[in-house]
Ligand binder design. Structure first.
Ligand code: ATR
Length: 279
């Protein structure tokens, strides 16, 4: 019988996950189908129970349910628990277990451009949910330090305080980060600043950027934010948000099927959906 996989969120119509996963199911001859479901906050528990009752193979969770879903699951892995957010659920013998593949997906994407982050000095811009997943994941990889810069510095300090993994970190304002920029090997932009339609905005100026730095932006619409264009002009390497999206999906697919899928194909598929052809 065909297995059901899903993504739940609100809104959900824009999600590119169904096309990406359905293409992989057909590529690997897996008798399964992946569907988007719009679920309102008040219906979340009922939706999770319904998915369990019908024997869903697994599902993704997106905004605004990544944290609220945790009490309705049967278990959660350590990283997802520490991050406080689940983006992937696996049906393990009738029990719905929550994972977070956002942080690990970002790390895997990063590994396509640099061999290791061990010993690297890192700046994360932003202190929201995406920053938290990335910060905790990278903190486990022995970097030289990870600083957090945020408009609200207290939120950066809170994020640092809550990190369960040992790492050297400072909380900075956006202006302080601009002034310290020459210290960093890797800069990761996690806010929505620069996302379509406000594409002219940029979170910090890159005047002091090291030419050898790698600059990442988790936004993929546009494929090159103003921030990445600026970094490229200054001679730095860049990575947009496509890799994080593709690798979080690849890790979810692997958890559901045991197959680590063809990420090049996934990437091409997403670029086609976005109407772009390069990044
Ligand atoms: P997500 O879960 O996508 O990371 P979030 O939790 O709402 O989203 O976090 C948004 C991040 O973008 C925060 O770091 C926020 O800064 P504050 O903590 O000061 O609110 C940052 N952000 C959003 N709009 C911003 C703006 N116009 N200028 C600077 N930072 C902004």
């Amino acid at each position: 019988m065909k297995k059901l996989f899903a993504v739940i969120g609100d809104p959900i119509a824009h999600s590119m996950s169904p096309v990406m996963h359905n293409d992989l199911f057909s590529l690997y001859n897996i008798d399964a189908h992946y569907l988007p479901f719009q679920v309102k906050n008040d219906d979340l528990q009922a939706a999770v129970n319904g998915l369990r009752a019908i024997g869903v193979g697994g599902f993704n969770v997106t905004v605004p349910h990544k944290s609220n879903i945790i009490p309705f699951l049967d278990g959660i892995d350590e990283l997802a628990e520490n991050i406080g957010a689940v983006n992937t659920v696996v049906n393990e013998g009738g029990k719905l277990i929550g994972y977070n593949t956002d942080g690990p997906g970002f790390l895997k994407g990063l590994m396509t451009q640099i061999p290791t982050i061990e010993g690297k000095k890192i700046l994360v811009i932003g202190a929201g949910g995406a920053a938290r997943a990335i910060y905790f994941t990278l903190a486990k990889e022995n970097p030289r330090g990870i600083d957090i810069a945020n408009r609200t510095v207290d939120k950066a300090s809170d994020l640092i305080q809550s990190c369960p993994y040992p790492v050297v970190s400072n909380a900075y304002s956006l202006l302080e980060a601009e002034n310290h920029l020459a210290d960093y090997d890797l800069i990761i932009q996690t806010t929505l600043i620069g996302m379509s339609p406000k594409t002219a905005e940029q979170p910090i100026e890159l005047t002091n950027l090291m030419q050898q730095a790698l600059v990442c932006d988790i936004i993929y619409n546009p494929l090159e934010t103003q921030f990445l264009q600026d970094a490229k002009r200054k001679g730095a390497s860049i990575q947009n948000g496509i890799d994080m999206f593709v690798f979080q999906g690849a890790l979810a697919f692997e958890k559901w099927t045991g197959i680590f899928p063809d990420v090049i194909r996934m990437r091409d598929n997403i670029l086609t959906q976005l109407g772009g052809n390069s990044c």
